[in-house]
Design a protein around this ligand. Sequence first.
Ligand code: ATP
Ligand code: MG
Length: 512
Amino acid sequence: MKLELRGITKVFGPLVANDHIDVVVEPGTIHALLGENGAGKSTLMNVLYGLYQPDGGQILIDGQPVSFKGPGDAVAAGIGMVHQHFMLVPVFTVAESVALGYEPTKAGGVLDLPKARKIVKDLSARFGFDLDPDALIKDLPVGAQQRVEIIKALSRDASVLILDEPTAVLTPQETDELIEIMRQLRRQGTSIILITHKLREVKAIADEITVIRRGKVVGKEHPSASETQLASAMVGRPVDLNVHKQDPQYSDSLFEIKDVTVATDTGHILVDQVSFDVKGGEVVCIAGVQGNGQTELTEAILGARTLAAGQMLLDGKDISNQKPKERLRSGLGFVPEDRSRDGMIATFSIAENMILDQYDEAPFAKGIALSKSVINKNAEDLRDEFDVRVTSVHDPISTLSGGNAQKAILAREMSKKLKLLVVSQPTRGLDVGSIEFVHSRIIAERDSGIPVLVVSTELDEVVALADRIVVMYHGRVMGIVPADTPRDTLGLMMAGVPLEEIGNSAAEGKEN
Ligand SMILES: Nc1ncnc2c1ncn2[C@@H]1O[C@H](COP(=O)(O)OP(=O)(O)OP(=O)(O)O)[C@@H](O)[C@H]1O
Ligand SMILES: [Mg+2]
C-alpha cells in the first residue's frame, strides 16, 4: 500500500504543530521521521492514526483520499500504531490483549479467545517471538510487551505500521531483535514509519528519511549520511556529539552509600549490600541492563523506599531516615526514570510543575497565597534557559512533547541550589541537540563541586559522562571501574561477571 500525506496541517491554539507536511511512504519501505523534540512527529502520526483531526491537508492510500474519524477507521484502512508508552492492561494475558485490539466480541460480548490465542501462536512462530498467549502482561519484560503491541497491530492486517520511539526503553539486545523484526516485515511488504532519536538505528534500517523542524518538512536525507550530518539537519545547527570535560577537581563534599540493602515487603532482595561513594566534583555512573536494582537504589536515595540495611551519608550526615521532602529541600536534585509517573502532575500547568516541591517556600509563597508573578517568571526563565518548547507556561504539562517534558523536569531539578544531583536516564527521548545541552549541564554541576550520580542504560552515555562507573547486576555491584575501562569488560560485568573474575589487565583501563 502506498501512503501519502499531503499538506497536513494541525494547530493547537496559536501553535502550528504541523505546517503543510508532505510525506510519501512507498510500499514495503521503512521511512524514518527525524526531528528535534517538539518538531511535530507524534502529532503527525496521531493525525494519520485518526486520533487528531487535521486542520488542513489530505491522506491518500493508493492514490485515493481517505478520512479517519478515529483510530478504528485508520485500523480498518490498514494502519497500525505502537505508541511510545504502550497501553496494555497489566492483568490481562497476551491473548486477551490481542483480542481486545480487534473488536473481537462474539454475540454476547465474550472475547474470542481461542482465535486470539491462535493469532498469537501463528504470528509468534512467523517472527520468532517466543510469546506465550497465556502469560500475563505484567510478568513480561518491556521488550516482550512491545511485541504484543506489534502482534496486536499485525493481527488487524496493518500494511503500514507506525512505531513512535520504539527503542527508547529497550535493551541493546531487544533493539537488535526489533530491527530484525522490522526487516522481516519489510520483506513481506509491510511499510514502517519509524520515529527515533537514535541516528545509528536510522542509518542501519531506514530506506528514506524525512526531517521535520518546527512543524515543517525541512528536507530529505539519505541513510548513508553521517550521524553528524543527520544531527545538524535535525536541529539546524552543528551538533557536537562528544562530551568535553576536564579532569575532576574534587571538593570536600562526599556522598556515601554503605552496605545498602533494599527489599520488597515479602523480603525479596532488590538491592544487595551496595557500597560506593561519589566525591564532590565527580560524576559516578551506574551502568547496567534495565531492571537490575538501579531504579530501587535511586528510589532509596530519594527516600521513597526504606532501607532494609545500610546507611546513606551526605557530607558525613546520615540521611537514611529523612523523608523525601526533607531530602529534596536540603539540596537533593532528583530526576526520576519515569518522568510521567513520578516527575510531574499531568493536569497541573507547566509553571506549577516547575515548583512542585518548593511551592510553600520563598520566593514562591507569600503568606499562604502563591506569588503568581514569581512562579510564572521562574517558569519562563527555565523555559528559555533549557529551551523547553511550550506555547504558554500556563498550559498543562501533559501538552508538552515527550522530550520537552523531560527537559522541563531537568530544568526544575537542576535550577535548585544543589548538594547532590541524582539523574536517572537523563536523555531518554531527547533529540541530539538537547542531549548535547543536558550533558554539558551535568558536567557543569560536577564542576561546581557537588557529587553527581547518573543512572543510564545507554553505555555510550555512561562512558561519555562518567569519571567512575559502578556496574550493577541482580542488585549487586559487579565492580567499580574508571571510565576508560574497555567496553568488553563493562559488557561482561553487565552480564553478571564480577570484576575480580575478569582479570585485572582487562579492567584497569588504558592509563594503567
Ligand atoms: N494536545 C496538545 N495541546 C497543545 N499542544 C500540543 C498538544 N499535543 C502536542 N502539542 C504541541 O505540539 C508540538 C509538537 O509536539 P509533538 O508531540 O508532535 O512533538 P514530537 O516531534 O513528537 O517531539 P518529541 O521528540 O519530544 O516526542 C509541541 O510543541 C507540543 O507542545
Ligand atoms: Mg513524540
